[in-house]
Design a protein around this ligand. Structure first.
Ligand SMILES: [Cu+2]
Length: 699
């Protein structure tokens, strides 16, 4: 549910020099400087680093935490100055390089070091990038999860009977009645800790909605699991020092338990399986409306270059953060150098120890890497172009994520423009309209329980919209009466905890057609410039509109993620301020390895500089019973628009030939239809050709 929030309208005017036609077209080759690493490139970087004896790298899978391993490989974008030199003047393309994240778990000072590796496709060098960060801040890996689960099974052995009695499920020898868990973050209350609250759940479909009432705090800060321990236990509103203490008190009849009923598959409330009936309306077991393209795609995708109705851009799906658009142009004119997703956070309230400490910072959970397959007809129209992506994240080889991106043209269902020109005598002097369409570039991130649907929409009138829909399972806790102030009772033993979603975007507007002098020196020519238009003087601008604010997150953690403070922040562009978040903030938000706040604190001038806008959108989510089984997309969507404002001489969608104009014939009988597309779009929409009456009358 969205709380009413102030509707933000910001305005960014980036002034341009009216130098026509100086940019070479954005070709597939040019766009490729921004493309993600191919499987061959990922393998080349991996092989190169694995063969360096001084790094002592071992496979990610298996072994212990006290090892050196390669965690992440992704394309390192070229420096903006070099990229612009190439894009604007066609000089040598920048060398392709990779970013590699290495976990050093051995030695006296375990740490995480990032490297720049290049050139690709055949790497010859690697060098550190930035300062090493504390090993304790590392994202969780599949190996650590396996070790945590094994340790939990061992340390919770005294509670085997208890768990069986309260839930009918167990941790060992459990067949189809097994327990699983959700771990929350941050992992502790202070920098340097790795103490994680674990929520025990029944491993059935939609297990996120099936807590059994037990939460435990496991300290897994040491690299040797033999030294891990459970420090606190919470069950149904009561705290215990150890699992043994709970087991003993339970055996003595001192612990009030809540015995869960069994969950036969047929009645699972957490399942997508249809149940119930609408009591009105036609049968629902038939297909609904579909998108179709009677004359084929009206857009093109070549490699990572997209072209559509005046637009051209390069895109990538960055493993660490998600979709990035580069060199976004309209009619050959650059609008933005980069528009990209940076971070998504969700801060919770609760009475159980796990939910009261939950502050998810999703880049720390591999937000850009969990881009699973999109279903034709559901996640994207059947007509969409689907693309695979490759991630090397906590893996020992590139992993293919099939159909992870889709691109499609969407009829918006509302005209882009229309007018009925009444003659005020029961008819019209003309009717004219332009069908509404947008090109959508979409991917999703399934960050454990939640699914984000990330969209960039391109409209033929020069508007670019970003949207993020939230769906998937809500993060829940076991219902206790004390939890009610922090959420909604969603089911007998289930509390949906209140939380705030905030999403951060980077917009590097670059409304400039002047080629920089190569090599690039200093400030881009975003110069205040007055331009004579059709009889008027005006600024040429793009404005930013939209975005919903939300309550500020917990102050004590703002150092790590101050996104809630700023709906719109504008900074000078700096190569070392490329992203606003990092992989390591989630597990140490108290002393973050980098802070977006520092981008703003240097008190730099933003007058006549190359500027970057950072936009926060978000909403408060008070879970409600209709979040069962999943949060639904209607109403849970936020975003913003970049809109031309005196940028073009007129609405550039006048170039569209999909306009239809209808005028009454001079004879006074019938109408004359003027159009620039075939009369009928074809049978996939309707067999009836377009018709229009153009009269109105009382009935
Ligand atoms: Cu939510």
């Amino acid at each position: 549910m969205r709380m009413p929030v102030a509707y933000m309208v910001g305005m960014l005017c980036l002034f341009v020099q009216a130098i026509q036609g100086t940019l070479p077209p954005l070709s597939q080759k040019a766009a490729s400087i921004f493309s993600d690493l191919s499987p061959a490139e990922l393998r080349a970087v991996r092989t190169f680093l694995m063969s360096r004896p001084e790094l002592g790298l071992q496979p990610s899978k298996g072994g212990s935490l006290a090892k050196n391993s390669l965690f992440l490989i992704e394309m390192l974008p070229p420096k903006k100055s070099q990229a612009l030199c190439y894009l604007n003047t066609g000089t040598e393309p920048p060398r392709r390089r990779a970013r590699a994240v290495v976990f050093f778990g051995t030695g006296a000072k375990p740490n995480i070091t990032e490297y720049i590796v290049g050139p690709l496709p055949v790497p010859r060098f690697y060098r550190p990038s930035g300062q090493p960060v504390a090993f304790i801040t590392r994202p969780m890996t599949q190996l650590e999860y396996k070790l945590v689960f094994n340790k939990l099974t061992e340390l919770l052995a005294p509670l085997n009977q208890f768990l069986k009695d309260v839930s009918g499920f167990g941790l060992r020898d459990c067949q189809d009645r097994c327990l699983t868990f959700t771990d929350i973050a941050p992992r502790g209350l202070a920098s340097g800790e790795r103490r994680t609250w674990i929520i025990l759940q029944r491993a059935i479909e939609g297990f996120f909605l099936h807590p059994v009432g037990l939460e435990v705090l496991i300290n897994h800060g040491e690299l040797d699991p033999a030294r891990w321990s459970i420090e606190t236990v919470w069950y149904n509103g009561q705290y215990f020092g150890t699992p043994q203490e709970l087991a003993q008190q339970y055996a003595q009849g001192k612990v009030p338990i809540v015995q869960l009923v069994s969950h036969p598959d047929q009645t699972l409330f957490s399942s997508f399986v249809p149940r119930g009936e609408f009591n009105t309306g036609p049968p629902t077991n038939v297909h609904g409306a579909k998108v179709c393209e009677p004359q084929g795609h009206r857009y093109s995708v070549h490699g990572n270059l997209v072209e559509y109705s005046g637009w051209s851009l390069a895109f990538r799906l960055r493993t660490s953060t998600g979709l990035q658009l580069f060199d976004v142009r309209f009619n050959g004119e650059r609008i933005a150098y980069e528009v990209s997703v940076q971070e998504a956070i969700a801060f919770y309230g609760g009475n159980s120890p796990a939910t009261m400490q939950t502050k998810y910072i999703d880049v720390g959970w591999g937000m850009g890497s969990v881009t699973h397959e999109l279903a034709p007809g559901i996640d994207c129209p059947e007509t969409a172009t689907f693309m695979d992506v490759y991630h090397h994240y906590d893996a020992d080889a590139p992993v293919r994520y099939p159909n992870a991106i889709c691109i499609f043209e969407l009829p918006t269902g509302v005209p882009l423009r229309r007018h009925f020109d009444s003659n005020f005598q029961g008819g019209s002097t003309f009717y004219a309209g332009l069908e509404g369409h947008a090109l959508v570039i979409r991917t999703t991130s399934t960050v454990y329980n939640y699914d984000y649907i990330w969209d960039f929409l391109l409209f033929p009138n020069g508007v670019l919209e970003t949207k993020v829909h939230a769906t998937g399972y809500v993060h829940t806790s076991f219902y206790t009466p004390e939890g009610i102030p922090y959420g909604t009772r969603l089911h007998t033993h289930l509390l949906g905890n209140i939380h705030t979603h905030l999403v951060h975007y980077k917009i590097d507007l670059d409304v400039s057609r002047q080629a920089p002098v190569c090599p690039y020196r200093g400030v881009l020519p975003e110069i205040h410039h007055w331009r004579e238009g059709i009889g008027i003087f005006r600024h040429r601008c793009f404005i930013w509109t939209g975005g919903a604010g939300s309550p500020r997150p917990h102050l004590e953690l703002e150092a790590g993620h101050p996104l809630g403070r700023y709906h719109l922040a504008v900074t000078q562009q700096h190569e070392n301020e490329g992203v606003s978040s990092s992989l390591y903030i989630q597990n140490d938000p108290w002393h973050p390895s980098m802070s977006f706040e520092n981008f703003l604190r240097n008190d730099e001038s933003i007058d006549k500089q190359d500027l970057v806008a950072w936009v926060t959108v978000g909403f408060l989510h008070i879970p409600h019973s209709e979040d069962i089984p999943n949060t639904a997309t209607p109403g849970n969507v936020v975003g913003f628009l970049l809109r031309p404002f005196n940028f073009f001489d007129e609405d550039p969608s006048v170039a569209s030939r999909r306009t239809v104009i209808v005028r009454p014939k001079e004879s006074g009988h019938g109408v004359q239809i003027q159009r620039w597309t075939p009369e009928s779009p074809g049978h996939c929409v309707t067999k009836v050709p377009f018709s229009y009456n153009g009269t109105y009358s009382p009935i």
